[in-house]
Design a protein around this ligand. Structure first.
Ligand SMILES: [Zn+2]
Ligand SMILES: [Zn+2]
Length: 205
C-alpha cells in the first residue's frame, strides 16, 4: 500500500484531479489537500459558498478495483440571508464526501449510468459536480438567523426581532369599520333625543 503525495496538476477547473501518479494498483492511495475558489457560488439560492471564496478540499484518493474512491471533507465559509427576516447570515459548511469515480473500461462503467457514478476520463477526475451536490445537500433549504426568528411585519416590513415586542398595527375588520361609522354618525342625534325626552317631562312638571 503506497501513500504518495498527488502532484497538483494545472487543471482545467480547480476541481479536476490528475490521477496518473496514483496508478491503478488496488490499495494505492494519495492525499489531496488544496484550496480552490471558483467564479460562481456553490450552494442554494438563500445560502451558498460565495463565488471567489476559498473552498478547502481535504481528500484521500484510493485506487480500488473499479476506479478511484474519493473520501474526505469539503469546507468553506457560507453567506446568505435569513429566509424570514432577510438578515445577512454567515456560517461554514463542512461536508464529508464519498464518491467512486469509475475507470473507463470497468464493469461499473459498462453497467451504470454516468449520472449515478462519476467517471474517470483521460486519467482525470472532476470533483465539481460531487462538491456541488454534497454542499447543496448539507445546506438548509430554509436558513434562519435563529430558530424562532419572528420575520418581518406583514404590514410595515420592519424586522420584528428588532421591533417593540408589542409591535402591531391597529386594524379594524372592514365590516366592523362600517358599523363604527354608523355608531359615530348616530351618536349625537341619539344623545340629543334622549336628553330632550329625559329632561322634558321633569322640567315641565
Ligand atoms: Zn431572521
Ligand atoms: Zn409593522
Amino acid at each position: 500500500m503506497s501513500d504518495q503525495r498527488l502532484r497538483t496538476h494545472s487543471a482545467v477547473t480547480p476541481f479536476v484531479l490528475d490521477i496518473r501518479s496514483l496508478g491503478r494498483r488496488a490499495g494505492s492511495m494519495a492525499q489531496v489537500h488544496r484550496t480552490v475558489s471558483v467564479d460562481r457560488s456553490i450552494g442554494l439560492d438563500l445560502i451558498a459558498i460565495p463565488s471567489d471564496s476559498d473552498i478547502d478540499l481535504d481528500l484521500r484518493l484510493e485506487a480500488v478495483a473499479e476506479g478511484v474512491l474519493v473520501t474526505g471533507t469539503v469546507s468553506g465559509d457560507t453567506a446568505g440571508q435569513c429566509a424570514r427576516c432577510l438578515e445577512p447570515l454567515g456560517g461554514t459548511v463542512n461536508v464529508f464526501l464519498t464518491e467512486l469515480f469509475a475507470y473507463p473500461d470497468s464493469v461499473t462503467d459498462q453497467t451504470t449510468d454516468a449520472d449515478d457514478i462519476h467517471r474517470i476520463s483521460d486519467d482525470q477526475l472532476d470533483l465539481e459536480q460531487a462538491v456541488i451536490d454534497a454542499v447543496g445537500l448539507d445546506l438548509p433549504m430554509v436558513p434562519l438567523c435563529r430558530d424562532d426568528c419572528r420575520g418581518l411585519c406583514p404590514d410595515c416590513g420592519v424586522r420584528l426581532d428588532n421591533a417593540d415586542p408589542e409591535h402591531h398595527h391597529e386594524k379594524i375588520d372592514p365590516r366592523w369599520a362600517a358599523l363604527q361609522d354608523l355608531v359615530t354618525d348616530g351618536d349625537p342625534a341619539t344623545d340629543g333625543d334622549a336628553a330632550a325626552t329625559d329632561t322634558g317631562p321633569d322640567t315641565s312638571r
